[in-house]
Design a protein around this ligand. Structure first.
Ligand SMILES: [Zn+2]
Length: 202
């Protein structure tokens, strides 16, 4: 699993290699699955466990569906990469899952340049059929939360605001921010997290 800035950076890599793909719909698709973080209408498995085999085969899929599947594939690949580099054997990497995701988001924010355009899209998304039992309004709210989070390179204030909007993380904000400060000092952890988006499509 990754957080949303990282997912955008991964998608950018894919889109650079596949210029024929509709980038807007692919990005909206790749940012959808974690909508479950702001609603009880769906569980993780409803948005994340959809394919018997996870790969980058998008035949017959819309650009939106392709982006969605790409998200799931990246979640899996990210764990493989972190494990390969021994990330979870480093200090401060296992206590709270959100910590390493936030730090990765902070580290890779500048690898994507079109945040303003993407924020506009998220604030004005086209109507999309997701096939999920989630109100269109919930999806709109989730995209708007992301648009806000993408405003600038995350700092403590924007991170707190982003975490606050995810009910399950709301009670852990102080703990997460403290752990993040420690993890940021771990050079090896920073090095590995910075590499995920470089290696994700290799
Ligand atoms: Zn995910």
């Amino acid at each position: 699993m990754a957080f949303q800035i990282s997912h955008v950076v991964y998608a950018k890599k894919y889109l650079e290699q596949h210029p024929g793909m509709n980038a807007d719909l692919f990005l909206l698709g790749t940012l959808l699955p974690d909508v479950r973080r702001v609603t009880d209408e769906v569980k993780r498995k409803d948005t994340h466990v959809l394919h018997e085999e996870l790969n980058l085969e998008f035949h017959g899929a819309t650009a939106f569906e392709a982006g969605w599947k790409f998200h799931l594939w990246c979640d899996m690949r990210r764990e493989d990469i972190l494990n390969k580099h021994g990330f979870y054997s480093l200090k401060y990497t296992t206590a709270l899952d959100s910590v390493n995701k936030l730090l990765e988001d902070e580290l890779v924010y500048e690898k994507y340049q079109n945040w303003e355009k993407l924020r506009w899209l998220l604030n004005n998304p086209p109507e999309i059929k997701t096939g999920l039992d989630v109100a269109q309004e919930t999806i709109g709210r989730w995209y708007a939360i992301l648009a806000k989070y993408f405003e600038k390179k995350p700092d403590e204030k924007t991170m707190r605001a982003f975490l606050w909007k995810q009910r399950k993380l709301r009670g852990q904000i102080g703990e997460i921010i403290d752990a993040l400060k420690k993890l940021r000092e771990n050079k090896k952890a920073v090095e590995i997290l910075s590499k995920v988006s470089e290696e994700i499509l290799e």
